[in-house]
Ligand binder design. Sequence first.
Ligand SMILES: *Cc1c(COP(=O)(O)O)cnc(C)c1O
Length: 463
Amino acid sequence: MIMKLPAFRTVFEPFRIHSVEPIKMTTPADRKARLATASYNLFQLRSEDVLIDLLTDSGTGAMSRDQWAAIQRGDESYAGSPSYFVFRDAVRDLFDFEHVIPVHQGRAAERILFSVLGGPGKVVPNNTHFDTTRANVEATGAAAVDLVIAEGRDPASLHPFKGNMDLAALEALLTERGADVPCVFVTITNNSGGGQPVSLENLRGVRELCDRHGKLLFLDACRFAENAWFIREREGGQGERDVVDIVRDIAGLADGMTMSAKKDPMGNIGGWLALDDPDLAQECRNMLVLTEGFPTYGGLAGRDLEAVAQGLSEAVEHDYLRYRIVSTAYLGEALQKIGMPVISPIGGHAVYVDARALLPNIDPLHYPGQALAVALYELGGVRSCEIGTVMFGRRPDGGEVPAAMDLVRLAIPRRTYTQSHFDYVIEVCERLVERAHLLPGYRITQEPKALRHFTAQFEPITR
Ligand SMILES: *Cc1c(COP(=O)(O)O)cnc(C)c1O
């Protein structure tokens, strides 16, 4: 007789390590010196001076054996490469749009699309614009408005789909300013709002409003697979479905998408713009040829197209997604237990710490998120990313206002770190919570006009 055993609790990495990269050890004193040299901007550090790099999950994942093998099949023909068709078919297997235009990364797709659809007087709604999306909308003179549901702005809310669009607010905007809205965007998952998913039901609601007002619906679909996994886990009636079918449902609701293949598709570089409208596609291809390249490579090598095509099939594997979401939650729940205020539920690709709540003594205009990110690096060599007033506080007119939230994102590169790396991060955070009241705020001493977080220089405000 075969006994039915209870399922095991431990969800382990569904892969073995095939090739390793060394981590160079450093001390807090080393890192203090590196910080001063980098003007307290973590983007200005050399990555070899970082122990655990949680700056971003973008392009930083480990490729699989099969992706490296696919790279060998890359065909570098300028026009009509077979690698393009492998890539196009892999995209269309999930997102069945007529036109698939490769680009070197997501922001190139944004720049091309908004240079066609944007312009002064226009307004683009989104649940929450990602930083490059907002910058590319605003660079055309258009306005970028964020219409996420109220729960999405409340770090403590346990709403299962905190990335949802506020349908009433969207309807009001479309009614009042319909003529100025060239398209509606939905970001899945909502990166800047905590990596929170959007439900199928909400997407259907957005689609319905777009139909009623005759608007195109675009997805910023960087983390479509994680979003689909959350739908499977949390949305009524979805629990038994294949993630691939959920993704196809999502795609079927939209008219097009912008995409960074550096996220869920597990490429180190790449992206695409896909859409159905033939005239709009032609205008976008004209822009593409101007700055990215011929439409069958779009600024990528043939080998990159092959790696992304293979990565797409791995991104929707259930064992992978289960491990991915559980390991991110492992870090987030441990941080909660040691008293770090984190956004819950835990997002898919990252844990977001509420720095404003942890550091109430630092004024938002003295950047509590920056203060926490700098301290995490100095104390433990852990690099994270401020998502708050540094990233979003500067207005196009040069003024400054506190962002909706001051968060620090610990983004988890795909298939790259093991549980003991996370245990170390948890220990660093535990020490940091004890000395949170001692951290200084920061001021900016130099900044560029757009996307200032990448290059701004800071100094600590000594008390
Ligand atoms: C990363 C990202 C982008 C931009 O993609 P890049 O490849 O970094 O240019 C756009 N939107 C979202 C939600 C992202 O996470």
